[in-house]
Design a protein around this ligand. Structure first.
Ligand code: ADP
Ligand code: MG
Length: 234
C-alpha cells in the first residue's frame, strides 16, 4: 500500500487558496486570488497598500471567511469547519504576527510567550522553560521579566515571533512584521524569523511592501487591486 502511494496531505501544498473573493461593501478586496503555501517555504505577498495583502493573509489563516473560493489546509477545506474547530486549528497549527501591539502589555515577555502553551494545557513550569528557550533563539535574553512596553520595538517584535513559534506551528502568518521598525531592527527581526523558520521547517506567509524584506522569501506573489499580478520564484 505504501509503495508509490502518494497521500494528498503530504504531497500537496500545506495551504491552497483557489479563486478567493472577498468584498467589503463596494470594495473588492480580493477578486479571484489563487495561491499555494508549501510546507517549509517562506512566501512573500507583496503589493501596494490596499491591494488585498492583509485580506489574503486573513483568509489563509482562517481568520476571515472568503465570500467565494476555497482554502484547504493539508488537503482539508477550511470552509466546512465550524468556528470552534477553526479557532482550535489556529491555536495548534498556525502562528500569527502583526505589525505591532500583539503582545499583552500587562504580562511580562516570558508570560506572553508562555501563554499559547498554557492555553494548550502545558504545565506552567514547562511552558515557561520552553518560552525561555524560544526567547533565547530570538536573541531576547535577560529581558524575560520586562513588560513589552519596556523593550525596544525590535525586541518586542522578536518576542512576538517567539510567541508565534513556541507551539511548533506548521505555518506562521506575518503581516508587515517589520513595518513599524527602523531598518536595522527590521533586518534583525527578518534574519531571526528566516533562520528559525528554516530550522523548524515552519512555512511563513510574509506580507510586506518592502523589497528588502521580500528578499528573505523563497517566492513572491504580488497583488494588484485584489488580483495576482505576478508570481516570482527566487
Ligand atoms: P493591504 O493589506 O494590501 O493594504 P487590505 O487587504 O487591508 O490591503 O485591504 C484591501 C482593500 O479592502 C482596501 O481597499 C481596504 O480598505 C479594504 N478593506 C480591508 N479590510 C476591510 C474591512 N474590514 N472593512 C472594510 N474595508 C476593508
Ligand atoms: Mg495590510
Amino acid at each position: 500500500m505504501t509503495n508509490g502511494d502518494t497521500h494528498e496531505a503530504t504531497a500537496g501544498p500545506l495551504i491552497a487558496a483557489r479563486d478567493l473573493v472577498k468584498t467589503y461593501g463596494r470594495t473588492e478586496a480580493l477578486r479571484g486570488v489563487s495561491v499555494d503555501l508549501r510546507a517549509g517555504e517562506i512566501l512573500a505577498v507583496t503589493g501596494a497598500s490596499g491591494s488585498g495583502k492583509s485580506t489574503l493573509l486573513h483568509c489563509l489563516a482562517g481568520i476571515v471567511r472568503p465570500d467565494a473560493g476555497s482554502v484547504t489546509y493539508s488537503g482539508r477545506p477550511l470552509e466546512g469547519l465550524p468556528e470552534h474547530r477553526l479557532s482550535e486549528l489556529r491555536r495548534t497549527d498556525f502562528g500569527v504576527v502583526f505589525q505591532f501591539g500583539q503582545l499583552i502589555p500587562e504580562l511580562t515577555v516570558l508570560d506572553n510567550v508562555s501563554l499559547p502553551l498554557i492555553l494548550a494545557g502545558t504545565a506552567r513550569a514547562e511552558a515557561r522553560a520552553r518560552a525561555g528557550e524560544w526567547l533565547e533563539r530570538f536573541g531576547v535574553r535577560g529581558q524575560e521579566e520586562l513588560r513589552p512596553g519596556e523593550m525596544s520595538g525590535g525586541q518586542a517584535q522578536r518576542a512576538a515571533l517567539a510567541r508565534a513559534l513556541v507551539s511548533g506551528p506548521k505555518a506562521v502568518f506575518a503581516d508587515e512584521p517589520t513595518g513599524a521598525l527602523d531598518s536595522l531592527a527590521g533586518e534583525q527581526v527578518m534574519t531571526a524569523l528566516a533562520r528559525t523558520a528554516r530550522e523548524s521547517g515552519t512555512a511563513v506567509l510574509l506580507v510586506t511592501h518592502d523589497a528588502q524584506v521580500a528578499a528573505y522569501a523563497d517566492r513572491e506573489v504580488r497583488l494588484r487591486d485584489g488580483a495576482v499580478a505576478l508570481a516570482v520564484t527566487a
